[in-house]
Design a protein around this ligand. Structure first.
Ligand code: ADP
Length: 496
């Protein structure tokens, strides 16, 4: 090799990115969007850029029963076996490729016997995700491909990081493997999986750094050994240091602040682009905002709403979960029943919240429509035709809906927390922002901000400026991908 080519040879970082869901294979929530997009964005950037480092990032997800892929697109990679207290559980690994990223799918009866991706009762998910986490590590052995970085996401895959932490002390294979966990939602720690961990011979941690209960829960166990913890927004990273958001782990986060770095998620512009969105009646751009009017009319027709000029259409697209502040919104809307607005609420989840949404529709039939289901194409039509997105989350690690909404010129009104605070520029009397933010946790605080937004809505020239500013915000994955690559490089500088 001559000097010239040697100088330009890129160093290689091998990353195994593991997650419980990833688009386009399986998506339940935001994690699916992220695990689908981020590896592709990192791979693309590393191929295109002149940077010294090349990233070989591969994705690994469970092969759920609901994933149906044409056989000819799959390659059989090999078999694996994970020991258990009594016997073992076998699995098979298949691979496919998507936009240049190798994707491994791990198949096993433990995974495919459960028709659900997630169960309300985490105990039912224990076997599946404990097995999957261990199988991800085993996979690297089957491949003879030891990752430089094991990149896990949330509790479902955190045990892989934990086991890596114990194994790399012992053996050669993982000696140089670093680990990181992207933290999408702290309160879901995997409680209830203790029995499954015992069955799969996963030992508890013995440490004074974590509260006793956390020493046998997958997420804290993984966080303990992770070389880096990445909350999905800088603001969420700060909030985790407080007992309100970090719960009993806040003092652990405080102590290990140096390994925490908040990185915002991006938006997949190939899926969310109002100029090319095949799901919406009228495509539009910054310069053709007027076309949104037709999207709104169609949406109003679809929901049998009378079309009355100048009435703002409020939308809510959300999991029905306490986290999302659904009750704040429902109560706040009820309190503003004398104002002019119409609202469409799309969401499913907690039956009690669904019932409350239904009740609001019954009580305010002129104003409210609810669609209690998961409906991806309807979500597109709503972002493209709605005027205001309601997102009063009690906590929001990052949030995608507000980014999608802004990109579609639908203006968010949100609680000033986590990623909502990092992505929405608050509109005030003095400043044109990209949305509206409120701080309290009451329906009154929400209603007050909504009233303000409704007042601004009736000043069309200001409203249009807000819409344009919102559409121009850069939420591309490229930004986050650069930050992740920088983090991988920094991790590689230290010995694990
Ligand atoms: P989370 O991941 O906490 O559910 P995010 O705002 O990060 O919240 O991401 C939610 C994603 O799921 C967005 O793409 C949103 O449009 C979509 N979504 C949520 N509920 C529904 C629904 N009922 N139908 C269609 N899409 C939905």
């Amino acid at each position: 090799m001559d000097m010239h080519s040697q100088k330009h040879k890129k160093s290689l970082i091998r990353v195994l990115f593991i997650a419980s869901e990833a688009e386009p294979f399986v998506k339940v929530g935001g994690l699916g969007d992220i695990a689908g997009s981020l590896p592709r964005a990192i791979q693309k950037l590393s191929h295109e850029s002149a940077a010294e480092t090349r990233i070989d990032i591969r994705l690994c997800i469970p092969f759920y029963k609901s994933i149906s892929l044409p056989l000819e697109t799959l390659s059989f990679i090999g078999k694996l076996e994970i020991p258990k207290l009594h016997g073992s559980v076998r699995g098979e690994v298949y691979s496919t490729k998507i936009e240049g990223v190798i994707v491994y799918l791990i198949k096993s009866p433990v995974i495919s016997n459960d028709p659900k991706i997630y169960n309300q009762d985490t105990r039912k998910d224990g076997q599946k995700f404990v097995f999957f986490s261990l199988a991800c590590l085993e996979l690297t052995k089957v491949l003879g491909w030891n990752p430089d970085i094991l990149h896990a996401n949330d509790w479902h895959t955190a045990l892989a990081v934990y086991m890596l932490g114990t194994l790399r002390r012992e053996g050669k294979f993982y000696r140089n493997s670093h680990s990181l966990i992207t933290l999408h939602n702290l309160p879901f720690m995997g409680a209830g999986t203790e029995k499954a961990m015992k069955e799969f011979l996963v030992p508890a941690i013995s440490t004074d750094e974590l509260p006793g209960w956390a020493c046998y829960q997958p997420l804290p166990m993984g966080l303990f050994f992770a070389d880096a913890i990445v909350p999905v927004s800088p603001q969420y990273a700060k909030e985790l240091l407080t007992p309100e958001y970090g719960y009993e782990l806040s003092s652990y986060f405080h102590k290990f602040k140096s390994k925490m770095i908040g990185i915002l998620n991006g938006l997949d512009y190939s899926l969310w682009n109002p100029e090319q969105d095949a799901c919406i009646p009228s495509k539009f751009s910054l310069s053709t905002l007027e076309a949104r009017k037709n999207n709104k009319s169609e949406l109003l027709k679809e929901f049998s709403f009378p079309e009355i000029p100048d009435i703002p259409l409020l939308i809510m697209i959300s999991r029905m979960d306490q986290q999302k502040g659904i009750e704040l919104a429902l109560e706040g809307l009820r309190n503003l029943a004398d104002q002019k607005w119409q609202a469409i609420i799309l969401g499913s989840g907690d039956p009690m919240l669904e019932q409350k949404a239904r009740l609001l529709q019954t009580d305010l039939p002129e104003k409210v429509r609810v669609a209690l289901r998961y409906d991806s194409t309807l979500a597109h039509r709503m972002y493209a035709g709605g005027d205001i997105l309601l997102m009063p989350s009690l906590y929001e690690p990052c949030g995608l809906s507000q980014m999608i909404a802004m990109h579609y010129a639908c203006i968010p009104i949100a609680r000033a927390t986590g990623g909502l605070l990092d992505t929405i520029l608050k509109t005030t009397e003095e400043r044109i922002g990209t949305g509206f933010l409120f701080t309290g946790k009451t329906s009154e605080a929400f209603a007050k901000e909504l009233l303000y937004a409704l007042r601004i809505f009736h000043q069309p020239s200001i409203w249009k400026r807000i819409q344009k500013k919102a559409m121009q915000k850069d939420f591309s994955w490229q930004k986050s991908a650069i930050e992740y690559i920088n983090l991988y490089e920094r991790l590689m500088e230290n010995k694990p």
